[in-house]
Design a protein around this ligand. Structure first.
Ligand code: MN
Length: 207
């Protein structure tokens, strides 16, 4: 198990076939304003790859874009909506098909309102992850050890979470509903980018 840091692109051939866990770190929550600094990716075999983009990056990253846009690879996220918007805006690809552990959690863990990654990892996998570096300076040219470990831990458990959430979705008869939600997520991310980040267009009210 190791964390690999790469600059500006993923090396070719470092990932096994199949689903990949994906997360992003940015300068903030306003996607067009706050640049993409890091994309974390894991094939679920124990290694995490961090791809760092410098200030003024062109985001060419052909290998990373090929993986993210590969229709044969499911991309597993926790809160896919944010990552899909950042990836589409900066890397120019729709990183689907999608499995979102946060949406799946909301569809099956209706006994709680705690759907953060930390909560899921604790309840489902009995492991602890730290969220301390969440609001750190991801734009720095030198990511420190704590930042690298935090970034890697955000993709480390997504495959295992998905496995258990698939079982619970099936048990509760919500597999098809989850699939439909996942399919809609790229469009939801595009609504965020197009100017509807808060306004729910499905709501009866117009505000
Ligand atoms: Mn993260």
């Amino acid at each position: 198990m190791a964390v690999h840091l790469h600059e500006e692109d993923l090396p070719e051939g470092v990932l096994a076939l199949g689903a990949v866990a994906v997360d992003t770190e940015t300068m903030g929550l306003v996607t067009p304003r706050d640049r993409l600094c890091l994309v974390q990716i894991s094939d679920g075999q124990g290694d995490e790859h961090l791809v760092r983009f410098g200030a003024g990056s062109t985001f060419a990253a052909p290998n990373l874009r090929a993986v993210l846009s590969d229709p044969a690879r499911v991309k597993i996220y926790h809160f896919a909506r944010f990552d899909l918007a950042a990836i589409e805006h900066y890397l120019g690809v729709v990183a689907a098909p999608v499995f979102c552990t946060k949406i799946a959690s909301k569809l099956v863990r209706t006994y709680t309102d705690r759907h953060g990654l930390k909560d899921l990892v604790r309840e489902i996998l009995a492991k602890e992850i730290s969220k301390q570096q969440q609001s750190s300076d991801w734009g720095s040219s030198e990511l420190n050890e704590a930042q690298r470990e935090y970034a890697a831990s955000d993709v480390r458990y997504l495959h295992a979470l998905r496995d258990e959430l698939i079982i619970r979705l099936e048990r509760e008869g919500r597999t098809e509903l989850a699939r439909a939600c996942f399919e809609f997520l790229p469009a939801r991310a595009r609504l965020d980018l197009a100017g509807w980040p808060v306004h729910d267009i499905f709501s009866h009210t117009s505000a």
